[in-house]
Design a protein around this ligand. Structure first.
Ligand SMILES: [Zn+2]
Length: 75
């Protein structure tokens, strides 16, 4: 009952994600286009939950690459 999404969003990642140019997937460290890191937005809630369980420091704004999303979907 105390999990408000807004409190989560206040934690910004240490490296301000660039608005342009390639970015690194925070989960696997692969260099991917920024739009790839938004793929997790399509993922189901349970997938995001699994990612968070395995990567406690990860927050949704950090993003995740397609490989990682697919990997956690198969878990
Ligand atoms: Zn990845």
């Amino acid at each position: 009952m105390s999990s408000e999404p807004t409190t989560r969003l206040r934690r910004r990642s240490r490296q301000g994600a660039g608005a342009h140019g390639p970015s690194f997937c925070p989960l696997c460290g692969t260099l991917v286009p920024p739009e790839m890191l938004e793929l997790h937005a399509w993922a189901e809630d349970w997938v995001l939950k699994t990612i968070r369980e395995k990567n406690p420091s990860w927050v949704e704004p950090d993003g995740a690459c397609q490989k990682c999303v697919e990997y956690y979907q198969k878990l």
